[in-house]
Write a protein that binds this ligand. Structure first.
Ligand code: IVH
Length: 679
């Protein structure tokens, strides 16, 4: 290729930057990408290559700065021209009333202000300064007057604009000469969990919550580390309301949105305290469904003239307050530890707690993950512990309250033998998990069986954990093939069973006898081989025989299959007992449906993205998902604009409402069936 001259390069660079900035905004702020990830990566690579050839042409708003520059020696100080204040709190509806009465007294008026209700994000407050549309400084709150200059770190946060853009449909939005905005940087749950998993693997201390993780990620002298953390940002205010062309918060958020800032879509305006309260209840109800943690709601007087008149105390504005959600943490005593044996033999320590209510739910047990976790947290039996539960997530122990110890606490004895089959336990170097490696361990067999018939397995209707336990206990099933040997006479006479229930279960077993290859592989419960890996394998190997004949290298050649999964699969299929079991299943009449995949003729739903909410009446959710996947469509669990069909079953809740607000196509169960049957 002919070398480019600097003039052409500059032109091309400007063009690339404009394109990338636009697409990043579409993706990270509007959640509405216009090009594929691959095309975006391609543009980004071109930019990096060209900037490498012409380092003098790198500008302070170049998206390349998002990958993080050189490490700093120390953070410089950054002053806040207008102090960054804190918020006062209210704790109940009465105190909210008091808040309003105080406002009215102050204003010597009984008029009702309009309020803004906004999720209180559990992250870190930052200030961003823009000059002529360019991000020139970013800083932490610090003590409110002086914070730390973390500009390089904040530039790596994808949803923070490096340069303000006036949105197309609003060309009359002028870029202000100087703009100081404030908002919260936070780490979504998924990123938080992944980060902690990674740290656990590396033997590093875990972050106690997403807030600490966000703070720890931003206060990294090396911006490349910050860049590797999927931090997000929502704007919530400006430094000086007099300096901007808006009269209230409603105008402000619309204006900031047009300049390219991410504004939380859950912000609402309320014209009475009743509405504020309803909004609080609503946010509390949906908080666990959000991609990020919120710890309450912020209530602000919307009108700037009123805000001015109300002013601030030294600590906090009089025109705003925070209403926190009830704690999801509590303290209790850990009276003992149980060791459970899982499907793959993993030994999981589980804390036994004195029952305690958290958010209205009684918690009696909490997972302790593994031996390293116990040691890292320094837990002892008899400790008073801080526990936490969020939504449906399994309760966890955050830490022991060591100040409360009286000397009678006992260390936790980690077993050296399987608590169920007594065979010696094994822990491989580099792994956090201790395992029972006896494949015939009754505990493992039970868990494998539960998995095989359960949702992630063949999904046999009505065949739950209790049934498996009972049938294993009375000896009707010992190993997986026994499921297909069950007879009505044996079942009907069992405790709690009758002819009808026996028939029903047998019918359901019969119905599940013809799984797709992907479902069948998934049902085996092979380590590191979940739904996604099973799908990948199915796309590559057209039959079970082909998969069984595959060597490790063949498996590694499948895109998306890594060393661990390949190893685990090879080991599984090399074991003669596993092969025998599969053979027996086939002899008992199990057949595997191998749908031809990979061309659009057979993938009519290629490109379609489905999300399910509510209860389906004519099929299970897993069946519905399978219908989509068999037709080449994708199923996701989170709502975004990328979703092409939201399937709303009965009692669909907040997702449905949000989807309607976002303009996502919503179909009911009947319409869904018509789509998959037609296609
Ligand atoms: S407004 C002067 N809005 O809460 C008003 N703060 O407890 C400044 N926070 O330091 C704050 N979400 O870090 C506001 N939607 C939101 C917020 C929010 C989280 C944090 C912020 C602030 C702290 C005060």
């Amino acid at each position: 290729m002919k070398a480019m001259n600097a003039q052409d390069a500059e032109k091309l660079l400007n063009d690339l930057r404009a394109q990338i900035t636009r697409h990043a905004h579409q993706y990270y702020v509007l959640d509405d990408p216009l090009i594929s990830d691959g095309e975006y990566d391609q543009l980004f690579r071109e930019l990096l290559d060209l900037e490498e050839q012409f380092p003098d042409l790198v500008t302070p708003d170049s998206p390349s700065l998002r990958v993080g520059g050189e490490p700093l020696a120390a953070f410089a100080e950054a002053e806040h021209a207008v102090p960054m204040l804190s918020l006062d709190n209210v704790f109940n509806a009465q105190e909210l009333k008091d808040f309003e009465e105080k406002i009215q007294r102050y204003l010597q008026a009984t008029t009702q202000p309009t309020y803004l209700a906004e999720p209180k994000l559990d992250g870190l407050a930052v200030e961003l300064i823009y000059e002529n549309g360019l991000l020139v400084q970013g800083s932490t709150r610090g003590n409110g007057l002086v914070g730390e200059n973390i500009t390089a770190q904040l530039r790596t946060v994808q949803s923070i604009p490096l340069r303000l853009i006036a949105q197309e449909e609003q060309e009359d939005v002028a870029i202000p000469e100087k703009l100081v905005v404030r908002g919260e940087v936070f780490l979504p749950r998924k990123g938080f969990l992944q980060l902690n998993e990674q740290r656990a693997e590396q033997g590093k201390a875990l972050f106690a919550n997403p807030r600490n993780a966000a703070a720890g990620s931003l206060r990294q002298l090396d911006p490349k580390v910050t860049a590797s953390r999927p931090l997000r940002f929502y704007v919530y205010g400006v430094g000086d309301t007099e300096a901007i062309p808006c009269a209230d918060l409603k105008e402000l958020f619309s204006w900031l949105g047009h300049l390219g800032f991410p504004v939380n879509p859950l912000i609402t305006f309320c014209s009475s305290l009743t509405e504020v309260e309803a909004r609080y209840q609503h946010l509390q109800a949906i908080r666990h469904e959000l991609e990020y943690e919120i710890d309450g709601m912020v209530i602000k007087v919307a009108d700037f003239a009123l805000q001015q008149r109300l002013g601030n105390t030294t600590r906090a504005p009089r025109w705003a307050t925070a209403w926190k959600f009830p704690a999801i943490q509590a303290t209790t005593i850990m009276t003992g530890v149980d060791f459970q044996v899982g499907r793959t033999g993993a030994i999981t320590p589980v804390a036994i707690l004195e029952p305690v209510a958290v958010e209205g739910v009684i918690v009696r047990r909490a997972t302790l993950h593994n031996q390293d976790e116990i040691e890292r947290k320094g837990l002892m039996i008899g400790d008073t512990v801080l526990i936490q539960r969020a939504g449906d997530v399994i309760p966890e122990i955050v830490k022991p309250i060591t100040e409360q110890r009286n000397g009678e606490e006992q260390p936790i004895p980690f077993p050296s033998q399987c608590p169920v089959c007594t065979s010696p336990l094994q822990r491989l170097a580099g792994e956090a998990v201790t395992r029972c490696i006896n494949l015939r361990c009754p505990a493992q067999q039970l868990q494998r069986m539960i998995y095989f018939v359960g949702k992630a397995g063949l999904d046999i209707d009505g065949f739950g954990k209790r049934n498996v336990e009972q049938l294993m206990e009375v000896g009707l099933i010992r190993e997986i093939p026994d499921i297909f040997r069950l007879r009505k006479e044996e079942l009907a006479v069992l405790d709690g069973w009758g002819e009808k229930s026996a028939e029903k279960l047998l019918l359901a077993i019969d119905k599940a006898k013809h799984p797709t290859l992907s479902r069948f592989i998934g049902a085996l419960g092979i380590r590191y081989v979940g739904e996604m890996t099973s799908d990948l394998l199915t796309r590559h190997f057209s039959s079970l025989d082909a998969l069984l004949a595959a060597e490790k290298e063949d498996l590694l050649a499948v895109e998306g299959i890594g060393e661990q999964a390949a190893m685990s699969l090879t080991e599984y299929f090399a074991n003669s007992e596993n092969r025998k079991m599969i053979q027996t299943l086939l002899e008992l009449g199990l057949t595997i449906e191998t749908a031809v995949q990979g061309n659009t003729e057979n993938n009519p739903l290629e490109g379609a993205i489905f999300l399910f909410t509510g209860t389906l009446t004519q099929m299970s959710r897993n069946e519905a998902k399978q219908l989509v996947k068999d037709r080449g469509g994708r199923v996701v669990s989170g709502l975004s604009k990328k979703v092409t069909h939201l399937v709303a079953g009965e009692k669909a809740g907040s997702k449905l409402k949000k989807a309607q607000e976002m303009g996502v196509t919503v179909v009911d169960e009947q319409e869904f069936l018509e789509i998959v049957e037609r296609e």
